[in-house]
Design a protein around this ligand. Structure first.
Ligand SMILES: Nc1ncnc2c1ncn2[C@@H]1O[C@H](COP(=O)(O)OP(=O)(O)OP(=O)(O)O)[C@@H](O)[C@H]1O
Length: 243
């Protein structure tokens, strides 16, 4: 792959996320096959691809939850791992919040475990995402819990936010609310977002960069403005690559 295809970040701009030839096999099956890319600081990047492409596996490696067989993953210039957990906030694909707590109890707990917790932001997101505080987490619907998980993720001040399927089980209006919560987070341009999603239509206007993954490989890295100038949308490019 040429450097141009990788859409490298110009040398004088800060890099938030970098992978160099990351490989992962699980039970002799190749899950990630030579993944290399860079994401500039302040970007909102869509990680797109069909089921089983390896998106969640890649995010887990970036979060330091899985070790790759070879290659390197760096967050703000330092190797992924427990040391980097303080600078990233991740919404995993199969998260479980403690069902025996109410939302209010959970938020008090979260404030204790995350040193970068922003209580004002949590208050603001409770309203923005219509999450009520008295309810037991185990009594929430899938979509309600998804909103609470997003709230938890965005209430930290971490400079890198990674969301794995933030819309699973979430209704249309809540999807729009989630998208606008992400947009308001972007207002200062300081945070970097990496979002794995199948909901391209809701997120299409948010992304400034795309990483298209299929069968454990990078199938394309796109600058969304350049894509639009060539008359394509995120959706049409996705279809071109994967249909
Ligand atoms: N622990 C595991 N054991 C065996 N196979 C695994 C394991 N974890 C992931 N895989 C396989 O790795 C491949 C990539 O899975 P992954 O969840 O990363 O894909 P994905 O792109 O996030 O998919 P989706 O869009 O469906 O969430 C799949 O074929 C999956 O079955």
């Amino acid at each position: 792959m040429t450097d141009n295809n990788r859409l490298s970040v110009p040398y004088n701009e800060p890099v938030a996320v970098e992978c160099q030839d990351v490989r992962l096999t699980v039970k002799k099956k190749m899950i990630l096959d030579g993944i290399s890319f860079q994401i500039p600081t302040g970007s909102i990047t869509g990680l797109l691809g069909p089921n089983g492409a390896g998106k969640s596996s890649l995010l887990r490696i970036l979060a330091g939850l899985t070790l790759p067989d070879s290659g390197s993953a760096q967050i703000f210039g330092k190797p992924s791992g427990v040391d980097r957990l303080g600078v990233l906030s991740m919404l995993p694909d199969r998260a479980n919040l403690p069902g025996w707590l109410t939302v209010e109890q959970w938020l008090g707990f979260a404030q204790g475990i995350y040193p970068d917790w922003d209580a004002d932001k949590a208050e603001q997101l409770l309203l923005q995402l219509s999450v009520s505080t008295e309810v037991l987490i185990s009594a929430m619907s899938r979509g309600e819990e998804a909103r609470l998980q997003l709230l938890t993720c965005l209430s930290r001040k971490a400079p890198l936010i990674m969301l794995d399927e933030p819309f699973t089980g979430v209704d249309l209006i809540s999807r729009e609310r989630i998208a606008s919560a992400v947009v308001s987070e972007l207002a200062d341009g300081a945070r970097t977002f990496l979002i794995a999603t199948h909901d391209i239509r809701e997120m299409e206007l948010l992304f400034d960069r795309l990483i298209l993954m299929g069968e454990g490989k990078i199938q394309g890295i796109e600058d969304v403005d350049t894509l639009r100038r060539s008359g394509k949308s995120v959706e049409s490019r996705y279809r071109e690559v994967f249909a």
